[in-house]
Design a protein around this ligand. Structure first.
Ligand code: B12
Ligand code: SF4
Ligand code: SF4
Length: 350
């Protein structure tokens, strides 16, 4: 907690994740990972963490959560462009920020060892083939909601996970019982109907996948569901009662400690039209130190065209016409043509 985490749990590392691994195998087997080929790789490694691939002899997974929720008042000051970005991604890339904290914790654990009884520890944040949510649920850190997200009671799901796997044996926590009850708000709110069933997300339809991970054109049937999400999506979390009721008393403390999740200054002078026109150099400067870099210049321009189309932004017609005629990416040219038809400014069939 001193390092700035909001919740911690301990899971036995020497027991395989059989049920969760079976769910993962089903997910990948059904092709729900889309073109995230890396998610289907190292399938066996994801079953346990105490082998050669993660940490031989591991006894405990220390599971940590860091909230990125800010108060409504603080969010209300976000510039218009930042509101088109999922909350976790409006500020700095969280990987470096969390990795530093996890490295310190791993160092602390190693220092507990002696020459005769060394302690090994490996920090991880979204950078190793492990099922982070399954370990967090096993540790009792929170429970997995029908939206697939790890929810910490009292703190919600607007949090990021990290782990330190260690050979140190720490008494494990008890998994929590799931508390969604008869609620289905997240399933009902999903703009692309991406849940195959409660708890099972078909990533191929998820706006987060489509706008961040997916390369190439976005399926025309899913474009209206992209709404005004230019990068990522929070819809299945925004409606969740566990986020609405998450510790409102600590809003001021959250805003202070979550300064790194505040939007970059540069978003103030950026708009969707600028994404359509961006050169590779401008893209690099604009997305430096930001999660947006992952979406690629082509991906962001494609997303911008679709959002402009969904919004029916007549004022953007000229920029869209320019992009439709001469953007260097075929994917962007097609998305801009689609947007123009959607706005009603072109008779072309996209
Ligand atoms: C690939 C990936 C994605 C993909 C696919 C998501 C998916 N559902 O598989 C895409 C790009 C769509 C995505 C989107 C998002 N992601 Co993501 N993503 C990942 C990543 C890298 C791997 C996930 C994975 O292995 N998927 C395969 C599936 C099968 O596994 P799983 O999602 O963990 O599901 C497990 C449980 O749900 C459980 N389960 C399944 N069915 C059932 C049924 C019951 C009854 C129970 C109890 C459990 C259960 O079993 C599964 C296997 O363990 C993880 C980091 C990591 N290494 O784990 C981050 C991670 C899951 N993502 C995260 C975030 C923040 C997001 C977004 C909110 C970002 C955004 N705002 O746009 C969205 C949320 C979408 C959603 N509703 O899940 C956080 C989640 C934090 C949290 N509170 O849970 C993680 C953990 C990253 C991190 N280090 O913080 N993501
Ligand atoms: S992130 Fe958006 S598109 Fe993906 S499951 Fe949640 S609501 Fe649906
Ligand atoms: S919206 Fe309802 S069903 Fe979905 S995760 Fe939250 S409590 Fe569970």
């Amino acid at each position: 907690m001193e390092l700035g985490f909001d919740a911690v749990g301990f899971a036995a590392a020497d027991v395989a994740l059989d049920a969760d691994h079976a769910r993962y195998t089903e997910f990948v087997g059904a092709g729900m990972h889309g073109d995230m080929a890396w998610l289907a790789e190292n399938a066996d490694v994801r079953r346990r963490v105490d082998g050669d691939d993660i940490l031989p002899g591991a006894r405990t997974v220390v599971c940590l959560a860091r909230r990125y929720q800010r108060s409504k008042a603080d969010e209300a000051t976000d510039p218009p462009f930042a509101r088109l970005i999922a909350r976790y991604a409006r500020g700095r890339d969280y990987h470096n920020f969390l990795r530093k904290k996890l490295r310190r914790l791993a160092g602390f654990l190693r220092d507990l060892g002696t020459d005769d009884a060394p302690v090994h520890a490996r920090p991880m944040v979204d950078d190793a083939p492990i099922l982070e949510r399954a370990w967090a649920a096993r540790s009792g850190l929170g429970f997995i909601g029908k939206n697939g997200l790890l929810i910490v009671p009292g703190q919600g799901s607007l949090l990021l996970l990290g782990e330190v796997v260690t050979t140190l044996s720490i008494p494990p926590g008890e998994p929590l019982t799931e508390r969604c009850g008869s609620c289905t708000r997240c399933l009902d709110a999903c703009p692309t109907d991406a849940f195959a069933r409660p708890w099972v997300l078909d990533a191929r339809k998820c706006v987060s996948y489509l706008t961040i991970e997916h390369r190439g054109p976005i399926d025309v049937r899913l474009r209206p569901g992209v709404r005004d999400h230019v990068f990522g999506c929070d819809d299945c979390q925004t409606v969740c009662p566990f986020n609405a009721s998450a510790n409102p008393a600590t809003a001021a403390r959250l805003d202070e400690s979550n300064a790194s999740f505040r939007p970059h200054e540069r978003w103030s002078s950026l708009d969707l039209v600028a994404l359509l026109d961006m050169s590779e150099d401008e893209f690099r400067v604009t997305t430096e130190g930001s999660p947006l870099f992952r979406a690629t210049r082509e991906g962001l321009a494609r997303n911008a065209a679709i959002v402009l189309g969904n919004r029916g932004e007549v004022d953007a017609s000229e920029a869209l016409q320019r992009a439709a005629a001469s953007h260097d990416s075929k994917v962007v040219r097609e998305a801009a043509t689609w947007a123009l038809v959607h706005i009603g400014k072109s008779s072309a069939t996209p």
